[in-house]
Design a protein around this ligand. Structure first.
Ligand SMILES: [Fe+2]
Ligand SMILES: [Fe+2]
Length: 176
């Protein structure tokens, strides 16, 4: 059985991942309404990744016979001042999630729950990638804030489709 302290925190994190999902949907819808389809597509896809993270955590708790209580989430921000603001918000969110993921690994280690600590390793690696991606994107939108088509071209070129399946990723609840 995973440590009770870890289980409580992981249940909270499921809420944080679903909140990230809602925030990315809100950003995608904002860009979609502004007719920036490449930015919209990128954030719709990021949203799905956040949902997947939540469902990986759900599956871990189910596999470990631990309690799962799907939490409610705070409403996301839906209004943005300019083309840069959503990406800045996304980067801040990824930094916050990274701290939460690291705290989860620390909680598992403190409780000598090494199975849960190992479960968190994939998320630690994932956060490194997400921060790098979002930092790059922030640089691009800041540089080309007056030329949205340049940003759209960058997205089409650098983020053309779905990321390849990661065979090391934890299993998702409901994915068969
Ligand atoms: Fe996530
Ligand atoms: Fe993320």
């Amino acid at each position: 059985m995973p440590a009770d302290t870890f289980v409580a925190k992981l249940n909270e994190q499921i809420g944080n991942e679903f909140a990230a999902h809602q925030q990315y949907v809100a950003i995608a819808v904002h860009y979609d309404a502004e007719t920036l389809p490449q930015l919209a597509r990128f954030f719709y896809r990021q949203a799905l990744e956040e949902r997947d993270h939540a469902m990986m955590m759900v599956q871990y708790l189910i596999d470990a016979d631990a309690d799962v209580a799907i939490p409610g989430v705070q409403a996301p921000q839906t209004g943005f001042a300019d083309i840069v603001a959503p990406v800045a918000l996304a980067l801040a969110q990824e930094r916050r999630v990274t701290d939460q993921i690291n705290a989860l690994a620390a909680t598992a280690r403190e409780a000598a729950d090494y199975t849960s600590e190992q479960f968190m390793q994939w998320f630690i690696k994932e956060q490194v990638e997400e921060i790098a991606t979002m930092s790059d994107l922030l640089r691009v939108v800041e540089r080309s804030r007056d030329d949205p088509m340049e940003i759209e071209n960058y997205m089409a070129r650098e983020h053309p489709g779905d990321a390849a399946d990661d065979p090391t990723a934890p299993h998702l609840a409901g994915a068969g």
